[in-house]
Design a binder for this molecule. Structure first.
Ligand code: FPP
Length: 261
């Protein structure tokens, strides 16, 4: 871990220990984000720059997932949500879909014990049951194994699309209205949030996108309403603990007003 990550880590520890210390450390607008989401973009370009197949980029991307998930844990981030496979990614060539599914399975097979031992709860947003049988079963087992963990949450977006999530939430609420359980006027922002896949996750503080693209690509559209956005040119496989620490540092310097003054 580099200097920036170490600094952030020691500040996070200081905050965790500081019973008498002020709630905000000098230079902090907001302190550490509780919930960070990342659009992990640029695996293909990373591979192309090295004249490697796209698969090599995705494989390097999984290594970045590992190191960033560990760093997030060490920094005291409560929840890290990663966009691993969107509901639109099925449009990619079958070989790439199969490669990404294979990497997901490999990640669960090799990393689940570490995740569990670190008291991390694994969560999935999106409908992972669309993946082929053995992958879906592995995800299901991993969710069950870590469900009671209380340290932090690693949420992985699989076959996830925000518009689909909001459509499902709307349908669920409409069914309750049709059944006479709920009045239309009782559909509040809280009730909608309660129907989303993220209902049990903390509010989103910071959304990061790598590789220079500046859009949300159907990721956490509702949840990002008041999140800070952070875009970096760094390609995902090159994004490590220092890059995460830098994003958190920028977040700490931002003033969030939630529409107020
Ligand atoms: C975007 O890069 C990346 C993805 C669509 C997949 C992200 C997946 C991983 C990092 C690996 C699987 C994750 C887990 C949790 C095991 P791109 O292919 O669109 O890159 P490009 O825009 O440069 O072509």
């Amino acid at each position: 871990m580099g200097v920036a990550a170490t600094m952030i880590l020691s500040r996070a520890r200081l905050r965790a220990k500081a019973v008498e210390a002020p709630a905000t450390l000098p230079g902090d607008g907001e302190g550490m984000p509780r919930h960070v989401a990342i659009i992990m973009d640029g695996n293909g370009r990373w591979a192309a720059k090295r004249k490697l197949p796209r698969f090599a980029g995705h494989k390097a991307g999984v290594n970045a997932v590992r190191s960033v998930a560990r760093a997030a844990r060490d920094m005291g981030i409560d929840c890290l949500t990663l966009y691993a496979f969107s509901s639109e990614n099925w449009k990619r060539p079958a070989q790439e879909v199969s490669d990404l599914t294979g990497l997901l399975k490999h990640f669960i097979a090799h990393d689940l014990d570490e995740i569990h031992a670190a008291n991390v709860r694994l969560r999935v947003i999106g409908d992972y049951r669309a993946f082929e049988g053995s992958a879906a079963r592995m995800v299901e087992d991993a969710l069950a194994k870590t469900a009671a963990n209380t340290g932090s949450t690693l949420a992985i977006a699989l076959n996830y699309g925000s518009q689909n999530e909001l459509t499902r939430a709307t349908q669920a609420l409409a069914r309750r209205v049709a059944a006479g359980e709920l009045a239309a006027e009782d559909i509040t922002a809280e009730r909608i949030a309660g129907e989303l896949d993220t209902a049990d996750l903390p509010p989103l503080d910071l959304m990061i996108r790598t590789s220079g693209e500046q859009r949300l690509s159907n990721f956490l559209l509702w949840q990002a309403a008041y999140a800070e956005l952070y875009f970096t040119e760094t390609l995902w496989p090159d994004f490590g603990p220092d890059a995460l620490a830098e994003a958190c540092q920028v977040f700490a310097g931002r003033q969030r007003r939630y529409g107020g003054l």
